[in-house]
Design a protein around this ligand. Structure first.
Ligand SMILES: Nc1ncnc2c1ncn2[C@@H]1O[C@H](COP(=O)(O)OP(=O)(O)O)[C@@H](O)[C@H]1O
Length: 445
């Protein structure tokens, strides 16, 4: 869930993340976003209030009333809505109530679509990189060269998004997101894969192993490190609409996953989860049978892409061969060695970096087909001192911070007209110079 605040008067918007950020003061709603609201509503409510109090302290009192606040919920809530619409509604209502008790200008809470999540992430990055317009020294606004716009790769907990401007027109209208920013039209390809965020992909992997293991209560997990054991109840394993509940479902039964640290087996299992076969025969396809034109230009990969690559020492960029060998070495480490080497990393993340690295490589190389353009991906968390994510783009859009028209055009001079004016000024100067030269030659002779 993301919350955005924009202290007024606005010069440049403060950033937003999952949680709350204002003027570089940030706090995260503790727990795993929306799931903490389902599991422990009072604790999640307290955590939200704590965040809001920190944010309130960071904004001068005189600006509180003029500070717009928006709340957008993403894939976690989209999944919950599929499972239990009324619970999703009551969570949004509760959160809205809390926000209304603060002195900000609260403008509503809603669940955004997957396409919006993808497109707003793309807007955030390109806004922070200042790739939409350049303000030239003459005070004129010039548009970017197509090459300066970057694509966005977001890997959240419940869904993953890819957004970029393809070379050719997007063939599937359901994947096209049209925008006009500073008078310049962009056609984005964007797709959000629900259930392929990191938490859900890991859950799919566990459920797949459980299904194929038969009745055995101890299941080998090739993506877990040797010596690591995880006990889960069936209720935890099947608590998501991303996994099918088995016929003999018994919520109180438990299953034990035992790590075997086998990177090649881990990779082949993940390729099954990602469902590459439905795109095997089609050229314009990502994975799971979803249309995707060929990737184009530079990309920024953030959220879970960054967390995993940063932990492995592979951010912001590393050659493909180094990435593959680092992942292999990491997965082969036993759990005792790994925890001793990383005392500061929480076990809940440490246990999964081997699996998450393989999920990432499968998505990027075999799904999106970055196999020949690996060096175009940069694994980043921040740009211009600001966290990357969909939230800032959402706020920029809602507050009309990025005008759809070119600022010069808004004052009545269209782009083509001022380009023509510059051309005639240069032509007039050139003719005047030519005239001076001709006259001085005539006078001399
Ligand atoms: N420090 C971290 N190391 C590894 N994984 C992390 C870390 N912080 C968050 N994650 C994981 O990254 C994924 C995306 O997290 P987040 O950006 O908070 O997603 P969401 O889009 O669900 O709000 C989740 O699976 C979360 O568990």
């Amino acid at each position: 869930m993301g919350l955005c605040l924009m202290p007024a008067p606005v010069t440049r918007p403060s950033s937003c993340t999952s949680g709350i950020v204002s003027q570089k003061q940030s706090c995260d709603v503790e727990g795993d976003g929306i799931s903490s609201y389902v599991q422990n509503p009072p604790a999640a409510g307290e955590s939200l209030k704590k965040c809001l109090d920190i944010t309130k302290a960071a904004i001068p009192e005189g600006q509180w009333k003029a500070t717009p606040v928006y709340l957008g919920a993403t894939a976690g809530m989209r999944l919950l809505r599929l499972q239990n619409q009324s619970l999703a509604d009551s969570i949004l209502k509760e959160v809205s109530k809390t926000l209304q008790n603060y002195p900000f200008d609260f403008r509503g809470a809603r669940i955004i679509t997957g396409m919006e999540e993808g497109a707003f992430g793309w807007i955030t990055i390109n806004y922070l990189l200042e790739s939409f317009v350049k303000h030239s020294f003459e005070g004129l606004w010039i548009h970017p060269k197509a090459g300066t716009i970057v694509g966005a790769l977001d890997l959240g907990g419940a869904s993953t998004q890819i957004s970029f401007t393809p070379k050719a027109k997007v063939k599937d209208p359901d994947s096209a997101f049209n925008l006009q920013l500073f008078g310049y039209k962009y056609e984005l390809y964007t797709h959000s894969y629900l259930c392929y965020g990191m938490d859900q992909a890991l859950k799919k992997l566990q459920a797949y192993l459980h299904k194929t293991a038969g009745a055995s209560p101890v299941i080998s997990h090739p993506c877990y490190h040797n010596g690591y054991i995880l006990n889960v109840t069936w209720a935890e394993l099947y608590n998501s609409p991303c996994v099918d509940t088995p016929n003999n479902y018994n919520p109180t039964a438990t299953v034990s996953f035992s790590g075997t640290g086998n990177p090649s087996l881990c990779l082949s299992l993940i390729e099954n989860i990602v469902n590459l076969t439905d795109c095997a025969l089609s050229p314009d396809c990502g994975f799971n049978g979803v249309y995707q034109p060929p990737v184009n230009g530079e990309f920024f990969a953030f959220s879970s892409y960054f967390y995993t690559f940063d932990f492995l020492g592979l951010a912001p960029k590393a050659p493909l061969a180094q990435v593959l060998s680092t992942i292999e070495t990491h997965c082969n480490k036993n759990w005792t060695t790994l925890t001793a080497e990383n005392p500061a990393i929480k076990a809940k993340y440490l246990k999964d970096y081997c699996a998450s690295a393989h999920i990432i490589m499968t998505l990027l190389l075999k799904g999106y087909k970055f196999n020949t353009t690996w060096d175009k991906i940069s694994f980043q968390k921040r740009v211009a001192d600001t966290d990357i994510g969909w939230t800032l783009g959402y706020m920029l859009n809602l507050t009309n911070m990025i005008p759809s028209e070119n600022p010069r055009a808004l004052t009545g001079v269209p782009h083509s007209q001022w380009a023509a004016q510059i051309f005639f000024i240069v032509l007039a100067l050139f003719l005047s110079l030519l005239l001076i030269v001709i006259v001085s030659v005539i006078i001399k002779s």
